[in-house]
Design a protein around this ligand. Sequence first.
Ligand SMILES: [Zn+2]
Ligand SMILES: [Zn+2]
Ligand SMILES: [Zn+2]
Length: 303
Amino acid sequence: MELPRDPCPLCPGNEGDTPTILQLPSHGPWRVRVVPHFRPLYRIEGEPGRTAEGIYDRMSGLGAHEIVVDTTNHGNDLADESDEQIALVLEAYASRIADLKCDPRFKYVTVFKDRGANSGQEWPHAHSQVTATTFVPRRVLYELRAARDWFRERDRCVFCDILRQEEKQGKRVVDSQGGYIAFCPYASRVPFETWIFPRRHSHEFEKPGEDFRALGALFGRTIRRLRALSQGYHLVLHTAPNVLQTKGELSEYWQNLPGDYHWHIEIMPVVPTSEKSYILKEVYFNSLLPEQAAELLRQVDLG
Ligand SMILES: [Zn+2]
Ligand SMILES: [Zn+2]
Ligand SMILES: [Zn+2]
């Protein structure tokens, strides 16, 4: 099914026949809504398409692909929204991850967002995407492996170690709120790359107990800062893989997972100088030091 562009099917009042997977708040008019993706990434070639399985949108067992409608305001960027609205979006992410992880066929649930014309954003209405896959994305697998090895050697979470160092040094820290911190990573791949972490160790974003209000406030300020300095961004949420799925490449990772992995949000801004190196090779050339990037981000006037 092609997404019709006019009227915008992500706008309130135009829900039409798109099934609602989730809406927040759960009663009354929605403020965040999750629907099946109109052109899902995961489907078997030649198959007519998805089959509905309860509220799920399953691609012949290959995966799920959903759209999170970030706001009811067609013209608004998520950065224009209130902390409460951003908190609701985060709550929707957590709810979908937790729900999709109940299916042992899925090894990983990814939440991502492309914002801006040069980021690959598909429709003007602000949205995020959720995919559930029968494989673990390569970058996550690489992180899991590195985290496991670090933990084996030192009995500590590598991300907690990074956070302690960043907070102590302070020079790459952009902002913080409550139990959450935003900083430009030491080996930033692109200028203004920013990571958001919970200070307290937690391997699962979707586990109850996160303070989405505080995280939403920090997240909002971070994307407002980035808006002033970049053309858009790619965002990905990294949480632990599905522990119900232990086959294949994941079989050796489970022993220390709650201790060695630490969920986080990675934001890769779209900046003109980065595009060439980012597309051509897996080696990143970044001319802006993360310390300078953090300084510039901190200086953005948030009004
Ligand atoms: Zn719209
Ligand atoms: Zn940790
Ligand atoms: Zn990551």
